[in-house]
Design a protein around this ligand. Structure first.
Ligand SMILES: NC(=O)c1ccc[n+]([C@@H]2O[C@H](COP(=O)([O-])OP(=O)(O)OC[C@H]3O[C@@H](n4cnc5c(N)ncnc54)[C@H](O)[C@@H]3O)[C@@H](O)[C@H]2O)c1
Ligand SMILES: O=C(O)C(=O)C[C@]1(C(=O)O)C=C[C@@H](O)C=C1
Length: 295
């Protein structure tokens, strides 16, 4: 057990990410009391039944009042509405953080609605699965993973340090980044790969009628990997694309050009070009694996 970092933490949205954080906080004794505000009565019931939090309901007055840290863990499109709902109950000096996959839009939607004296420290754990809801969470999710914080010049340094300490305590390595830079980096490493998976699985499904079940029946492991990613939560991903529009569209343009170049090499039988490209991408995969083993 570690010394508690907060007295009460309130998790707004008790789904995969926040319930994983709540489990880790509970296991490590990082807070004395855990509460949750969630609009879904079933999510509240499950979180309480599993003992993830001590109290859960859709009542901001009951769940938010007295919390030293409030972690927003709803889809990013709901962050403005939940901030407006909790604002009257936030204690002076409280810290609000979030786990949203996009940072510029979340800062835009949260910060203007917070009362004076409440500190906002935007965050994003780079860890997750294709599952949703409080039953899908697990305490080890953040171990050995990155957590990006995007404090701004005016963000309270002590508040950032306390949020950093929480993520480090649950096993993550924290990196601070400019919000716009975060959104461009994640557009390449997370958002575009999800868009490609959603596209290819949809295309294969459309072909299924023509090929009479064969696409699903004989799907090789490459396609299966895509189906795992394409099973991710539709609301969460709708909100990510709508709220990181510029970066995703810019990178999609670049991706389309690169895809067209490969298409051309296949058409004209440019084996050397294809081999050179695939050799380069194999080296990238190996570098990622080596970097993980170092940590
Ligand atoms: N799933 C991942 O892999 C992953 C990884 C990192 C970050 N994130 C980010 O974390 C956040 C949560 O993702 P998740 O996978 O835990 O989602 P989830 O679907 O498992 O949980 C979201 C919860 O928010 C609740 N909610 C939705 N709207 C609400 C509202 N207006 N008021 C109160 N509660 C509301 C839902 O009822 C649900 O219980 C998202 O912003 C997502 O972008 C997700
Ligand atoms: O592992 C997965 O299933 C994920 O999609 C997790 C993943 C990612 O793309 O890496 C998804 C969204 C996030 O905001 C962070 C992590």
């Amino acid at each position: 057990m570690t010394a508690p970092l907060f007295d009460t933490i309130c998790f707004v949205g008790i789904g995969l990410i926040n319930s994983s954080l709540a489990r880790a906080v509970r296991k490590l004794g990082l807070a004395r009391r855990l509460t949750s505000l969630d609009c879904d009565p079933e999510a509240c019931r499950v979180a309480l039944e599993l003992g993830v939090v001590d109290s859960a309901s859709a009542d901001p007055a009951a769940e938010v009042a007295g919390a030293g840290l409030v972690v927003l863990g709803t889809p990013v499109g709901a962050m403005e509405a939940v901030t407006q709902a909790i604002a009257p109950y936030l204690a002076s000096g409280a810290i609000v953080s979030d786990v949203g996959s996009v940072k510029t839009a979340v800062i835009r939607d949260v910060e203007p609605f917070l009362p004076e004296g409440v500190h906002f420290v935007p965050g994003h754990p780079i860890a997750g699965t294709e599952f949703s809801g409080p039953a899908a969470g697990f305490a080890e999710l953040f171990q050995g993973r990155w957590c990006i914080l995007t404090p701004q010049a005016h963000t309270d340094v002590q508040a950032t340090a306390r949020v950093r300490a929480l993520w480090e305590a649950v096993g993550s390595t924290v990196e601070e980044m400019d919000p716009a830079h975060h959104d461009r980096v994640l557009a390449v490493t997370s958002h575009l790969p999800h868009l490609i998976a959603y596209t290819i699985v949809g295309t294969a499904n459309d072909l299924e009628g023509v090929m009479e079940q064969e696409v699903i029946k004989f799907s090789a492991s490459g396609f299966r990997d895509f189906t795992r990613i394409a099973a991710s939560d539709p609301i969460m991903w709708r909100d990510i694309f709508l709220n990181n529009k510029e970066a995703v569209l810019e990178l999609l343009q670049r991706f389309t050009e690169d895809l067209t170049a490969l298409q051309r090499s296949i058409r004209w039988g440019e084996g050397e070009v294809l081999e050179k490209h695939f050799t380069k991408t194999r080296a990238i995969r190996r570098a990622i694996i080596d970097a993980k083993q170092d940590r």
